[in-house]
Design a binder for this molecule. Sequence first.
Ligand code: ZN
Length: 391
Amino acid sequence: MRIGRISGFEVKVHWSTLVIFSLIVLSLATVQLPEDAPAYGEGAYWVAALVAGLVFYASLMAHEVSHAVMARREGIEVDSLTLWMLGGVASLHGEPRDPRGDLRIAGIGPAVSLALAVAFGLVAAAVGALGGPTIIQATFAWLAGINGILALFNLIPAAPLDGGRILRAILWRTRGDRTAAAVAATRAGELFGYLLVGMGIARLLFGVGFGGVWFILLGWFVLNAARAERAQVHVRDALGDLKVADVMTPAPVTAPAEITVASLLEDYVLRTRHSAFPLVDADGHPAGLVTLTQLRGVARDERDEVLVQAVACSRDDVATAHPDDPLLDVVTTLNRCGHGRVLVVDGGRVVGIVTPTDVARALDVATLDEPTIDVRDRPSIGGLLEPRSRG
Ligand SMILES: [Zn+2]
């Protein structure tokens, strides 16, 4: 769900956030606050719990926004911020150019959480010192504690946590090899994931209750994210030097945007072997892209009336690139309209097309001498390459 914009970033909330929010409010209102600040009415606990839950999510958002703002300052485009069950994710389009940028983007999040912990702690202490309501003191104390935990947990040196990024930046700086540094950080992440799962199983076995499930879930997430990140590191390493022109299919068959679906099928689809056609307007300028999947969506008896451009990806929706663009920049746009195709445009003309197959083949060629590199999930290479900062 989109909920709005903060500092120019689109902010989204995953439905799973609501589940955790409810759990937090429930446990605060019925267990934590009545214990820490006894002798209030039930209503007071619920109001305080609700406020605490909202402020907690605002703190989480502040953490995520700080990553995004710092990334933007380092020249990296930021798509959106998403809150979900286990925290926040900032979708970054690109990677820091040097270890210093890497360190700044990763470090700012825990720093913000720590600053919030201190601020909330000071408020709690002040309320206590002035003899204010204990329920307010307890609420701020809880907010201080949870932000402190957030900061410390994220500082654990294991990718994909912020601490993993910090570890990567330090290794990158000391060893001078970004790929090796990133791989080491993901190995630490994997190890930490196993550790969490192990702790969860131990907790379940020795009967400490529901907390065990939580550890296993978190460990599983860290483990998978660390592995995905390692695959991503290898793909980036393999494709790093290639340009769009190196992998594109040059001079693709183009079709006019203003013909009907029936004539496109007859004159283009049945006469060529392609499954996607760049569209051009009357002047020969790029006007979009149509795929077989889109054409199949048009009922047989409507094909004579419906124009191709009505079902195709428009010029603005389809990903475009220049032949000299780095291939990596293009790969992160593969999930736009057109099932992974990118139009290559030069001087107002379509000069090529890049398909997921082209990218997969380039990857195969680039890793010919490195059989240990295994990138199984070919159709989602775009998703694989989408850099993310989790925290
Ligand atoms: Zn973070």
